[in-house]
Design a protein around this ligand. Structure first.
Ligand code: SF4
Length: 386
């Protein structure tokens, strides 16, 4: 396959090149991050600070930090309460297409996996959105596989326009694009852009992303900055924990968000914390173990380092874990989730295969009740357009 020879650090034609030093800073600090050097004393010092520095963040993510999980969780809960009160935000993702031109070896949607491919047309998207809106949700996350050919920017823009009719907040998790394209999608109604970097270790990244535009590491890493330049209100960050050294990846994710927050103070920052899940037609992926305590450590470290950031807990995690982290460190939870194409309208045929298996299949009502039962307040939206 000729594409496999593409240099993953070289931009492809048409990809916007930003004058930005954010990537270089993130990568060099991540490589320099020696988590084994941190001691219990470093962690205690970090916990005692009112505002935590990057060095504190590094200590909290270290193995030494793992010994203080209970204390980290207690303080994270305080910070969450301070910045978000009782609120837990609810949303649902809608997959509108699963065509993908990339070859990510860990993903069921990859271009070499023989799955049912599908793409919803405008009418189908509207029906799906109507069905979702009926559940009371006011925020939607629109997802596609990464195919510019099958899901071009105009198609995504039209979906945003439809979404704006039914929802107050529209997020996007689609392929990275140039800032003028983000500007267009913002005009169509999108507020947020999330891009998973997967891993910040570019050598590892190269071995996991064998073909397609996603292979180009720096173009992906600079997507959030291009989205902010395009006028998006907020950006989301994530490493897929388990692909590589999760401590380094979590450190790089936090640092990436922190540097962009400093450069664009108005930006709303969000973290997602996905771990690898089993996918169809692939039993060869062997995730590096990130168990629940490690995941909790990462989530609490994000909260203590950037207390005002939104943290989403996805349905990749089980009901028990999700219910335990809301209000503690997570502030946003998805509900009524399907990762297939066209699955919210009961009479409609489910057209495309799912991207990954989900562990929490509860409906919107069930998640709503679960939030309330913990003495928290389910919130559909807190943003008003005037
Ligand atoms: S992770 Fe995203 S880009 Fe990669 S194969 Fe899956 S859908 Fe495509």
């Amino acid at each position: 396959m000729s594409e496999q020879c593409t240099n993953h650090m070289e931009y492809m034609p048409g990809m916007e090149v930003l004058e930005s030093d954010v990537m270089d800073q993130v990568i060099s600090d991540m490589h320099a991050y020696d988590y084994n050097k941190y001691t219990a004393e470093d962690v205690r010092r970090a916990l005692n600070h009112d505002y935590r520095t990057l060095e504190d963040f590094a200590a909290l993510l270290s193995p030494a930090g793992g010994e203080f999980l209970e204390e980290m969780a207690r303080l994270a809960k305080e910070e969450t309460r301070k910045h978000f009160g009782n609120s837990v935000y609810m949303f649902t993702p809608l997959y509108i297409a699963n065509y993908c031109e990339n070859y990510c070896i860990y993903c069921g949607f990859n271009c070499h996996n023989k799955i049912r491919r599908a793409k919803l047309n405008s009418e189908e998207i509207e029906k799906e959105m109507q069905a979702i809106a009926k559940t009371g949700l006011e925020e939607i996350l629109i997802l596609t596989g990464e195919s510019r050919k099958m899901s071009d920017v105009k198609y995504i823009g039209e979906s945003c326009k439809i979404a704006r009719k039914y929802f107050k907040l529209v997020g996007l998790e689609v392929y990275p694009m140039n800032s003028d394209e983000y500007e267009y999608l913002h005009k169509c109604g999108a507020d947020f852009v999330t891009v998973f970097q997967e891993t910040y270790n570019s050598d590892k990244y190269e071995t996991l992303h064998l073909a397609g535009h996603k292979r180009i590491f720096p173009y992906r890493l600079n997507a959030q900055e291009r989205a902010l330049k395009g006028g998006m209100r907020g950006v989301g960050f994530a490493a897929l924990l388990g692909l590589d050294d999760f401590r380094k990846d979590a450190f790089a994710t936090g640092m990436h968000a922190y540097l962009l927050q400093r450069k664009y103070p108005h930006a709303e920052i969000a973290f997602s914390c996905p771990r690898l899940r089993p996918i169809i037609n692939n039993d060869k992926i062997n995730p590096k173990d990130v168990h629940e305590p490690q995941l909790l450590q990462v989530m609490t470290a994000y909260r203590l380092f950037m207390p005002f950031a939104s943290i989403t807990i996805s349905t990749r995690e089980c009901e028990r874990f999700r219910d335990n982290v809301i209000g503690l460190t997570a502030t946003k939870i998805s509900a009524g989730v399907s990762t297939g194409i066209g699955s919210h309208v009961e009479e409609a045929e489910d057209k495309g295969d799912d991207q990954f298996e989900i562990a929490d299949t509860r409906s919107v009502d069930e998640v709503y009740e679960a939030i309330k039962s913990k003495g928290l307040q389910p919130v559909m939206n807190d943003y008003v357009y005037v």
